[in-house]
Write a protein that binds this ligand. Structure first.
Ligand code: DX5
Ligand code: ZN
Length: 209
């Protein structure tokens, strides 16, 4: 299981230390929020550049923004490996095309109320599908187990169509919910509060792997 800790719940008064604590993970997951697509504002290009500078592991950037097309250039950094946009936001096709042109892997995300059906046209050419297991906007929410149906549907579609995307889930992931994710076919998990509220983030990451 790939693990991408979300720094949304990290202690921003000592961000450098917090980033160092999660370097045994596979990616740093960056939850970028614009206060419009979701009712919260997290951080932007400036903080992302600082994280890009200090992290030794690649960035998995999750744009929870209404106009991702506008922002892609500013998040296309040397350690950016994935940029994920929401199907519910604007200009999905153009945004994914621009991410790809930058040589960065493309991700598409669906909120809890969005059906897998809505992203089927994108699956042939996508590198990652992010199934939200909470309503986007805040860390520390409860895991929505019914979202595992979408994961199973995506596993089936990927097999039928012989596609290559990985399946990531985001929200409410902990040692209590990791097994159902694994059993459903999840490839990568985002975990924020479980990792950063744990006495040892390194142990928390190992427990999810
Ligand atoms: C929601 C955020 C959270 C965060 C993880 O918009 O994307 O899901 O990454 O939060 P936890 O792991 O604390 O539920
Ligand atoms: Zn996220």
């Amino acid at each position: 299981m790939l693990v991408a800790p979300s720094i949304l719940t990290a202690n921003f008064t000592k961000l450098n230390e917090e980033i160092e604590k999660i370097q045994s993970a596979d990616y740093v997951h960056l939850d970028v929020m614009d206060g419009h697509f979701v009712p919260n504002i997290s951080f932007g290009p400036h903080i992302t550049r600082s994280i890009n500078h200090v992290s030794t592991i690649p960035l998995d950037i999750h744009l929870m923004v209404t106009d991702p097309l506008y922002w892609i250039d500013q998040f296309a950094l040397d350690k950016t490996e994935y940029i994920t946009v929401h199907i519910e936001a604007n200009d999905t096709e153009e945004a994914l095309k621009k991410i790809k042109e930058k040589g960065i892997k493309t991700g598409i995300s669906i909120k809890p109320n969005t059906k897998v059906y809505d992203i089927v046209p994108f699956l042939n050419d996508i590198d990652l599908v992010l199934v939200m297991t909470v309503e986007p906007g805040f860390g520390g929410q409860s895991f929505m187990e019914d979202m595992m149906e979408k994961v199973k549907e995506l596993v089936e579609l990927r097999k039928q169509k012989k596609l290559h995307f990985i399946i990531e889930v985001d929200g409410g992931i902990s040692d209590q919910t990791i097994d159902i994710c694994k059993d459903s076919g999840v490839d990568m998990v985002v975990a924020g509060s479980y990792v950063f509220n744990h006495k040892s983030p390194k142990e928390a990451i190992e427990s999810l792997k």
